[in-house]
Design a protein around this ligand. Structure first.
Ligand SMILES: CCCCCCCC/C=C\CCCCCCCC(=O)SCCNC(=O)CCNC(=O)[C@H](O)C(C)(C)COP(=O)(O)OP(=O)(O)OC[C@H]1O[C@@H](n2cnc3c(N)ncnc32)[C@H](O)[C@@H]1OP(=O)(O)O
Ligand SMILES: CCCCCCCCCCCCCC(=O)OC[C@@H](O)COP(=O)(O)O
Length: 267
């Protein structure tokens, strides 16, 4: 019986490199599977630490989460080249908006995340096992994308409390992952909140992942991601009538930066 298992184990070990060579699908599945496993295991291990150190749901847990997630890039041979971090140094709260390409964005998020910054996430993430628990503990704001009215109410609450809580709020205005190398049209909620709270909007752009990551092609190799934090866009004196223009201005600036960072000719 043991001999059988031994032979079986040896066969798998011998075959694995061949399998990974032969089948990009196996390589992709193993790397992404390992990424999810890292999320799951590290969340389970970090949640008790957050509870012990900070006692419950607080943005202070983001420091612990950030420390752990920043190590993930080494497992996947990913490097970040960051510019403009000084643009985060605004007095008080701000709305941060960035492009959103994949679940891999969590590494890019934590690579540059400023202190006292929470994110807006789809409420389904609350049920993602131990990850749901850890992002709840980190202070993530959950919205129901399928109900604009309830999402607006949550965002209106954010606009009210972000000043008193002195938190920055990170929003992915595309509202979903998009790994095409371009930007989807922006949802306006982040910009409404910035105007309601009269806080600056700080755009952050990540270069396209398409050179090393494409689920449709089972591509997931190592790679370099350029990150640029752009100068804050003031909203003082703006009203809800200015939100569309503010959204469009931010969209255009971020799209031009995305193309520049990704070496793609602008239109
Ligand atoms: C230790 C190890 C741990 C390992 C694991 C750790 C992991 C890392 C740790 C922790 C980080 C976790 C991070 C998770 C991140 C997840 C990210 C996501 O889930 S992305 C999906 C959710 N995000 C969004 O959807 C974007 C925000 N969306 C919006 O702001 C939308 O605007 C929304 C939902 C509020 C409404 O969306 P609409 O689809 O209805 O479209 P619209 O065009 O924006 O709005 C429709 C009309 O409503 C008005 N409107 C929108 N928002 C408004 C507002 N707040 N106030 C007033 N009017 C508003 C607009 O002006 C528009 O009206 P008019 O076209 O102008 O007439
Ligand atoms: C081994 C079991 C693993 C259990 C945990 C796996 C779940 C990990 C989820 C962690 C946060 C990921 C953040 C993210 O990138 O979510 C996607 C949303 O932004 C947008 O969703 P969508 O593109 O609209 O589907």
């Amino acid at each position: 019986m043991e001999l059988g298992w031994l032979l079986w184990g040896a066969a798998v070990l011998l075959l694995l490199p061949v399998l990974m060579e032969l089948s990009p699908a196996v390589n992709f599945a193993l790397r992404i599977g390992f990424y999810y496993l890292l999320f799951f295991v590290c969340s389970a291990l970090t949640a008790p630490v957050c509870l012990l150190v900070n006692g419950g749901r607080t943005v202070k847990n983001m420091r612990i989460i950030k420390t752990v997630v920043k190590t993930f890039k080494y497992f996947f041979g990913l490097r970040f080249e960051v510019k403009g971090l000084e643009n985060f140094e605004v007095e008080g709260p701000a709305i941060i908006v960035s492009n959103h390409q994949s679940i891999l964005d969590m590494m890019g998020l934590m690579e540059v995340l400023p202190d006292n910054c929470v994110q807006v996430g789809k409420k389904e993430l609350m049920y993602a096992g131990t990850v749901g628990l850890i992002i709840y503990l980190g202070g993530v704001i959950f919205i129901n994308r399928k109900s604009t009215s309830s999402a607006k109410m949550v965002m209106a609450e954010v606009a009210k409390t972000m000043a008193t809580d002195n938190v920055k709020v990170w929003v992915y205005p595309e509202g979903t992952r998009n790994c095409t190398g371009d930007l989807l049209p922006f949802k306006k909620g982040a910009f409404h909140v910035a105007v309601q709270a009269q806080v600056p909007v700080i755009p952050v752009v990540y270069s396209s992942f398409t050179t090393f990551y494409n689920p449709k092609k089972n591509l997931f190799t190592s790679g370099k991601i350029k990150v640029e934090v752009l100068p804050p866009i003031e909203t003082k004196g703006l009203t809800s009538d200015d939100v569309s223009e503010l959204t469009d201005r931010c969209y255009r600036t971020m799209r031009a930066t995305l193309f520049r960072l990704s070496g793609r000719p602008g239109e």
